[in-house]
Design a protein around this ligand. Sequence first.
Ligand code: VAH
Length: 310
Amino acid sequence: PILIIGACGQIGTELTIELRNKYGADNVIASDIREGNDSLMQSGPFELLDATNYAAIEDVVMHYDIDEIYLMAAMLSATAEKFPMRAWNLNMNSLFNVLNLAKDSKINKVFWPSSIAVFGPNTPKEGTPQSTIMEPSTVYGISKQSGERWCEYYFKKYGVDVRSVRYPGLISWKTMPGGGTTDYAVEIYHEALKNGHYESFLSKGTKLPMMYMDDAIRATINLMDSPAEQIKVRSSYNLGSMSFAPEDMAASIQKHIPDFKISYAPDFRQQIADSWPSSIDDSQAREQWGWEPRFDLDQTTEEMLKNLGN
Ligand code: VAH
């Protein structure tokens, strides 16, 4: 069986649905610090679980005979700047708990998400390479860079089968994202439908690597299903699909809602976004485990407006 820690989050919610479709609801245990929405709670087993509590995770692992853990709980970039020590504690101790369960052979495979936030202001911005300068300037980015180093260490030293991707900004409609710098790319669709206007907290020209959630979920499961010998990167894989700025999203939305207007009021998140890459070189993911994105910006816009508009 699989345990998803952080199953109520933006990615966790959709991973839970997809993995339950694939393996059967009773083989996928959802857990989070708080209960989720009705559809999640009614779709299979759920446990209230604090990701920083080793004994509590171990209890769930033993009770359900868990083989694999997807650790999706974290404090994201914008919120982490407001609570640095809480973010460090959650993001790092949850990872140590899961890596140590694997090191002690209580589970045998781990997925842990990294992020383009591991890159910093002096990282090459276009076609950011898999291995390059990484001086993250956010608490979240520092925690993800440290987490990558620990994942690779546990693989090399203890043979822990931990796998990871550096997610770009993710766009989805099933849940609202929580506390990210790329959340503008989700909010814009809600606002476009509600009042035909969106005031973006990132300025015009802020180009970031982004991905539609269906692609991100497919990449995650594809990586976890790949034979271990194909996985040459045990820190975290660059993963890319599209890159765009707020004005590109507005143009895409205007193909469906011609009167939609965007305005700009950059806030503290602008500085975070400015420290991140504009586009990503994900050739190693493509070569080693067949990564291939499917959704571009217009297809994403169609999906978002169709599903949010109902
Ligand atoms: C955030 N959505 O904004 C997350 C992600 C690359 C962005 O890490 O913090």
